[in-house]
Each structure stands twice: as C-alpha cells, then as structure tokens.
Write a protein that binds this ligand. Structure first.
Ligand code: SAM
Ligand code: 2KA
Ligand code: SF4
Ligand code: MG
Length: 184
C-alpha cells in the first residue's frame, strides 16, 4: 500500500516540461520541513499499486509526475516496473535526499527533477530546479544535469530571479505557471 495525498490531471506547471499534459500522483509525507513549502501533503488514502494504475489510466495523457511530499520515500521496484509495463513516461520530483527510493528513481524514472534542499546527496539529475531564496549558489556548480532551472519562491521574487539569471546565463527561468493560470 502507498499513502497517496491526491491524484489529478493538469499541465506540468514547472520546469523543463512546462505545459505538458500530465497525471500527477502526490505521495503523502516528507522527510524535510522546508519553511517555504507550498504543498499540503499530510492527508492520505492507502492505495495499492493496482488501484493507483486504475485511477491514472482513465486520463488521456501518459506523462506521469510522481511528486509529494517526497515520492522517493515510498516508490519501490514493483511499482515502477508496473508503471513502465503500462507505458508511462515517469517524471519524478525529488528533494534529492538519501531515501529508500533514491536508486530506484535512477533505475526506473525517465526524467528526474531534483530540487535540492539542505540535505541533498544527489549530484546529478535530468534537471536541477532550485527554488531561489537568495541562497549561496556555489553548491550547485558541480551538479551534473541537462538543464539548470531557477524558480521564484511562491512567485514573489521573480524580478530577483530574472536578475540572477541574466548575470548567470547557465540558468533559465522556471515559473509556477499553474499558479499564474490558477489551475492545479
Ligand atoms: C512540493 S515539492 C514535492 C517534491 C519534492 N519533495 C521536492 O521538494 O522536490 C514540488 C516542487 O515544488 C517546489 N516548491 C515547494 N514550495 C515552493 C514554493 N513556495 N515556491 C516555489 N516552489 C516551491 C519544490 O522545490 C519542488 O521543486
Ligand atoms: N500544475 C502543477 N505542476 C506541478 N509541477 C510540480 C508540482 C508539484 O507540486 O510537485 C506541480 C503542481 O502541483 N501542479
Ligand atoms: S522537500 Fe519538497 S515536499 Fe518536502 S517540505 Fe520541502 S518542498 Fe515540501
Ligand atoms: Mg506544487
């Protein structure tokens, strides 16, 4: 059984796949307590892997976003294998900490979006998506990834983020477009 906070269909609002129709599975629970976290993830329903599949397959898209909370606390090999067997393109949103699912994500996900927080142990992902709060950016210099995305915190410091990116052009802007559009 997995503790699932919500399942919904929307457009990927953030990062490289912004605008892509996607089914979101939000896992309950997290190992961190980011002060800026914009997500309610405590409530949950217990669902079997088969129940999750039976809900997500009703939507027309086959791009799946595993998020949370922290999805790598709950994903396991049989779940990921089943999703791949069912034809899903699996994107996982992770804080990059040392969890039971860290290596499972590497083995099975099609796309890893790492949004590193203090305890991040990853030094690679497909995309690095940093929520900018004016922190020291040096720790991200040796992170190996295809794209470096800088995301305003709660859409409140967009000017500061744009300014940073213009000075450090290896970064690009990630806006939480679902908030702009007032969709989920
Ligand atoms: C809610 S987290 C869930 C996945 C995982 N725990 C993580 O932190 O990557 C999903 C994404 O939202 C970002 N996020 C959370 N709160 C935010 C905020 N107030 N403003 C901008 N992005 C935020 C996270 O950094 C992460 O990229
Ligand atoms: N539309 C939409 N896109 C998202 N991308 C990442 C999200 C998340 O909360 O992980 C999210 C979300 O909550 N909504
Ligand atoms: S790691 Fe992700 S879900 Fe957990 S508190 Fe931080 S932003 Fe929220
Ligand atoms: Mg969100």
């Amino acid at each position: 059984m997995k503790k699932i906070n919500e399942i919904f269909y929307s457009l990927q609002g953030e990062g490289y796949f912004t605008g892509t129709p996607a089914v979101f599975v939000r896992f309950s629970g997290c190992n961190l307590f980011c002060p800026f976290c914009d997500t309610e993830f405590q409530d949950y329903t217990n669902m079997s892997d088969e129940e999750i599949i039976s809900v997500i397959k009703n939507y027309p898209a086959r791009h799946l976003v595993l998020t949370g909370g922290e999805p790598t606390l709950q994903i396991n090999e049989p779940f990921m294998r089943l999703l791949k067997k069912e034809g899903w393109y699996i994107q996982i949103e992770t804080n990059g900490t040392k969890t039971s699912g860290l290596e499972i994500a590497d083995r099975w996900a099609d796309w890893i979006t790492c949004s590193p927080k203090s305890a991040c142990v990853r030094n690679s992902a497909d995309e690095l998506k940093v929520v900018y709060t004016g922190q020291n950016m040096e720790p991200y210099e040796n992170f190996y990834c295809k794209y470096r995305l800088l995301q305003p915190c709660s859409m409140e410091n967009t000017d500061e983020v744009i300014d940073y990116i213009k000075k450090h052009p290896e970064w690009r802007l990630s806006l939480q477009t679902h908030k702009l559009l007032e969709i989920r």
